[in-house]
Design a protein around this ligand. Structure first.
Ligand code: MF3
Ligand code: CO
Ligand code: CO
Length: 261
């Protein structure tokens, strides 16, 4: 899990330099596909069947632009100045999965709303991760995220959740990004799961497009997301998809919430 987590994080770091006006989401897919194979890994999204009756996922990565909440399918769509785009990478290596995503800023014409939803999503994930410790509760993660996001005028998507991960891409438990302090499953050392809050600037409701994968905000408002795969350790938490370097085109407002954080 450490190895595959690191490989997925590396791919996400490398994809960062492709993010600019004019890049197509298909180019992001092509890069992620090739970089994954180069590492001896397989892109878990390609031909993935969500367990449902719908079509298999047709690409190697998810690229979710602006009002797309998650599972955006790469294609001829061109990124433009001012867009935000989440790139969600999942590698399969040695029988194990590593799942991580980040939202990137495209160009320089960033709206205040784009900054706010992206920075709230980034901080929400950090606060969720801070709740992970043996003896802690799954509900603490959701409560920390929900309190922060709603306190900053954003909403938390309900229809998609984090998930147990390991030999299976999506396993139990479901890791909800809203919830109640002190409630839910008790965390134990050795558990691995993802935390991946999807944060909207408007309402939390989502709609599914006819491709049966792309989820968009019902009100057309912006949505941002960050994801890590984490391990519950004896002493707390280990981020298995920790990035080895600063994320270009994303980690560019370190003091957004003030130096005190
Ligand atoms: N990586 C997504 C997640 O965080 C799942 C993508 S499923 C796919 O759980 F089929 F769309 F790739
Ligand atoms: Co995930
Ligand atoms: Co993911």
């Amino acid at each position: 899990m450490r190895t595959v987590g690191h490989l997925a994080a590396e791919t996400l770091c490398l994809v960062a330099s492709l993010i600019r006006p004019g890049t197509t989401t298909e180019q992001i897919n092509e890069f992620v596909h090739q970089d994954t194979l180069k590492k001896g890994a397989r892109p878990a999204p390609l031909n993935y069947r969500g367990g449902g009756r719908g079509p298999p996922y047709p690409k190697s990565v998810c690229t979710s632009v602006n009002e797309v909440v998650c599972h955006g399918i790469p294609g001829p769509h061109t990124l433009k100045d001012g867009d935000i785009v989440n790139v969600d990478v999942t590698h399969l290596y040695g029988g194990f999965h590593g799942d991580t995503s980040a939202t990137f800023y495209v160009g320089r014409k960033l709206s205040e709303e784009a900054k706010r939803v992206t920075e709230v999503a980034r901080r929400s994930l950090e606060l969720g991760i801070q709740q992970v410790r043996p003896g802690g509760r799954l509900g603490d993660i959701g409560a920390a995220i929900q309190e922060f996001a709603e306190g900053h005028g954003c909403s938390v998507v309900r229809d998609f959740v984090g998930h147990g991960i390991g030999r299976k891409f999506h396993d139990e438990p479901k890791v909800s990004h809203y919830g109640n302090w002190g409630k839910g499953l008790r965390l134990r050392a050795g558990m691995t799961f993802t935390i991946e809050p999807m944060i909207n600037i408007g309402g939390w409701e989502v709609e599914l497009l006819d491709d049966e994968w792309t989820a968009v905000t019902a009100d057309g408002s912006l949505s941002a997301q960050f994801e890590h795969t984490v391990l519950v350790t004896e002493s707390g938490v280990e981020i298995l998809t920790q990035r080895p370097m600063l994320l270009e085109n994303s980690e560019i407002f370190p003091d957004y919430f003030g130096a005190a954080g």
